[in-house]
Design a protein around this ligand. Structure first.
Ligand code: ATP
Ligand code: MG
Length: 264
């Protein structure tokens, strides 16, 4: 049974997709069997994995609505080394179309439970909102990874997300736990970032990942080549940090997280 994690933060542009794609590639490099599910109609994780979202039919959209089977929609990215259940703009419709359907929050979970035996890790990239798509990701996942920049307002947004995780844990998915906070786009020369990083460690303790992802232009350049940064420039500081993060995730997956409400 795979470890199923969603990468979430309702704030836009905080590094969710960069984290999803590079963690997937880092895990694949460590010999793990990985499925990356793109649950964002922007399709950035799909493109960043080298899969063309424009020619993607069926996509995760048809799978969620039960119109197409998973096997028809899954693609393997040879360059990135993992499987992708990709998305494109069509997926925006699901947010509305699922509303009056049975098990609307559990659609993705039903899909994942049918296929996760074939993988060690299933990662889900989510859109910058706490809508029905993100809710599906939180119901399918056993853990949430939260990438965040160490800025003042980041902490404010975090309480909304932590509350949502608590609510989902209480009402929809008792397995769900907050796995950890990942500091991304980190610049240690900026005093405020150091301060916020310290505050995070004070409040969240071991829930703050040891790995820290630096601001690194190679990570930002990689998607335009349809490659994860980890593959695009292995020697870059950003790539090395994501490989360290992948190693940390493999270590954590080996020991179970406490599935209690307080852990969320
Ligand atoms: P959205 O909410 O729109 O889905 P997101 O949270 O997925 O955004 P990304 O797309 O991963 O965020 O990142 C936002 C921008 O920041 C992108 O241009 C990306 O290339 C860049 N970026 C992400 N991480 C880093 C980093 N560590 N160093 C430099 N640039 C980065
Ligand atoms: Mg994104």
């Amino acid at each position: 049974m795979a470890s199923v994690f969603c990468v979430a933060n309702q704030k836009g542009g905080v590094g969710k997709t960069t984290t999803s794609v590079n963690l997937a590639a880092g895990l694949a490099q460590l010999g793990q069997r990985v499925l990356l599910i793109d649950l964002d109609p922007q399709g950035n994780a799909t493109m960043g994995s080298g899969i063309d979202k424009r020619s993607l039919t069926p996509s995760v959209y048809q799978v969620l609505l039960g119109i197409a089977p998973f096997d028809q929609a899954r693609r393997h990215s040879d360059k990135a080394g993992y499987d992708v259940l990709g998305a494109n703009r069509e997926l925006a419709g699901a947010e509305v179309e699922l509303v009056d359907q049975d098990r609307r929050e559990h659609r993705l979970k039903d899909v994942v439970r049918g296929v996760d035996a074939a993988y060690d890790f299933v990662l889900i990239d989510t859109p910058p909102a706490l809508g029905l798509l993100t809710l599906n990701a939180l119901c399918a996942a056993r853990g949430v990874i939260v990438p965040m920049q160490c800025e003042y307002f980041a902490l404010e947004g975090l309480s909304d997300l932590v509350n949502t995780v608590r609510q989902v844990h209480a009402h929809l998915n008792p397995e769900l736990v907050l796995i950890g906070l990942l500091r991304v786009m980190f610049d240690p020369r900026i005093t405020l970032q150091q301060q916020v990083s310290e505050q995070l460690k004070t409040h969240f303790g071991a829930k703050v990942f040891d790995a820290v992802i630096p601001r690194n232009v190679r990570l930002a350049e990689a998607p335009s080549y349809g490659l994860p940064g980890v593959i695009f420039d292995k020697s870059s500081r950003g790539a090395q940090a994501y490989v360290e993060f992948a190693q940390e995730m493999v270590r954590r997956a080996a020991r179970p997280e406490p599935a209690t409400a307080s852990a969320a």
